[in-house]
Design a protein around this ligand. Structure first.
Ligand SMILES: Cc1cc2nc3c(=O)[nH]c(=O)nc-3n(C[C@H](O)[C@H](O)[C@H](O)COP(=O)(O)OP(=O)(O)OC[C@H]3O[C@@H](n4cnc5c(N)ncnc54)[C@H](O)[C@@H]3O)c2cc1C
Length: 411
């Protein structure tokens, strides 16, 4: 059984290992000069490869049951055993699983060594342009490999697994060319949005608070999915908001902007206390420090740049003496805890970590085989599944890649 795996990213490498272990003759066709380029940049170079809290609730998809079924076949414990079996020592940090060396390159090395020891043929510098169904399999058309080891620009395979990723981080090789091939093969593809990226907001004040980080909670106003909330370390930038909690809801914000032109977001800049507690804390300062300015009273509550920004938002001069007017204190607390901003854009695919949308799950079987093209499989980010931050997208790549690889080798 000759299997072509188009795209040597995380899903492709997982599929290659699974198929080769089942005895298939596997060839990976990768456009870059090396496989796994994206793996090297994951988790800030540390590679958060899965999460101890694994469930479909951490994914966006029209069919969460499909994801649950996939995880029941290859889930968290299978992923941990798989990497342990490759000799990779793992460690856990707040639920995220990383290589103990905290080097993403260790994950790629472990996968590459296994692929090579299984005798998988890796064709690097090989851009696949098209595939075409033919008797008993598929012809795969490609631009000649740099090594020129293929004699022609066409090769026959019994089965094909398309693991070319989505459109996020195109510098790593995933520019959507695989989705065009899938579309040509008749698969239905949903709208695509950049996900897990920063959010651009209206206002000319962002530069003044750029660089500030703080613990914050977010709520998309008018969200009907029940998923438009998150909490964690906010990063303020010169264009708006960023950081993991923003990444987690950025695809919902993108959808809302797509439909309504903008999205209103409530930011709680003091998320570890409720309104009353914050009000009490600020008021108690006034009892002993009644000769201080607004800026001085807020010292230590928020980053200084943020305090000044909040006071200006309340039309208060930071250097003015603090008034004990309870209405003014309430106004300050309301602005800190219920800051409303309007998002009018999300960072593009260049800065996004993943793609929202892709080939609809209704197009594939539970084995990840196309329902309309027998012998053609899909795995990874190319499918209409995207997870929140925390190892969920790589877990989807390992799970779907494994199941597709085994199934392709068997059928
Ligand atoms: C900066 C960054 C940080 C991230 N951090 C994390 C993290 O810590 N944890 C996590 O779970 N997820 C993380 N992700 C997301 C995760 O890396 C991806 O969802 C996952 O790698 C997708 O795997 P894939 O194999 O489907 O696609 P990809 O990894 O994109 O692989 C696709 C491969 O196909 C190749 N290819 C594309 N088109 C063709 C073609 N026409 N011919 C031949 N080859 C082709 C590409 O060169 C590429 O090698 C991060 C993403 C980014 C960008």
């Amino acid at each position: 059984m000759k299997i072509a795996i188009i795209g040597g990213g995380s899903a492709g490498l997982a599929a290659a290992i699974a198929a080769a272990r089942k005895g298939a003759k596997v060839t990976i066709l990768e456009r870059n000069d090396k496989v796994g380029k994206k793996i090297l940049v994951t988790g800030n170079g540390k590679c958060n490869l899965t999460n101890t809290l694994l469930s479909s609730e951490y994914y966006y998809s029209k069919d969460k049951g499909f994801i649950d079924r996939a995880f029941s076949r290859f889930g968290l414990s299978d992923t941990l055993s798989f990497f342990n079996g490759l000799g990779l020592l793992l460690t856990e940090k707040r639920g995220g699983i990383y290589p103990h060396s905290e080097q993403a390159s260790a994950v790629l090395d472990a996968l590459r060594f296994e692929v090579l020891s299984l005798g998988v043929d890796i064709k690097e510098g090989c851009f696949v342009k098209d595939i075409e169904a033919c008797k008993g399999g598929y012809n795969v058309y490609f631009d000649r490999s740099l090594e020129d080891t293929f004699k022609s620009d066409k090769c026959f395979f019994d089965r094909v697994i398309l693991t070319t990723g989505g459109k996020a981080a195109p510098k790593t090789g995933s520019d959507g060319s695989g989705l065009k091939i899938a579309q040509k093969m008749g698969e239905k593809i949903s709208d695509l949005y950049p996900a897990l990226g920063g959010v651009k907001c209206e206002g000319d004040f962002w530069k003044s608070i750029s660089g500030v980080r703080c613990y914050a909670a977010f709520k998309i106003i008018g969200d009907t999915t029940g998923e438009g909330q998150s909490v964690g370390e906010l990063q303020l930038t010169d264009y708006g908001i960023s950081g993991i909690p923003v990444f987690c809801i950025s695809r919902l914000i993108a959808e809302k902007i797509h439909k309504c032109g903008k999205a209103e977001i409530e930011v709680d800049l003091f998320a570890d206390a409720d309104d009353e507690t914050l009000l009490r804390e600020i008021s108690s300062r006034l009892l002993v420090l009644n000769d201080r300015s607004y800026e001085q009273i807020l010292c230590g509550f928020l980053n200084k740049k943020l305090s000044i920004f909040i006071l200006k938002k309340c039309n208060i001069r930071p250097s003015d003496a603090f008034s004990d007017d309870p209405e003014i204190i309430k106004r300050i607390v309301k602005t800190i805890k219920h800051l409303r901003v309007f998002a009018n854009g999300v960072n593009g695919f260049e800065q996004a970590q993943t793609t929202a949308g892709g080939i609809l799950l209704s197009e594939v079987s539970d084995d990840f085989e196309s329902l309309r093209n027998k012998g053609l499989f899909y795995a990874g980010e190319i499918l209409d599944v995207d997870g929140i931050c925390g190892g969920y997208n790589l877990q989807w790549a390992w799970s779907s890649g494994h199941i597709a690889g085994e199934a392709a080798a068997k059928c």
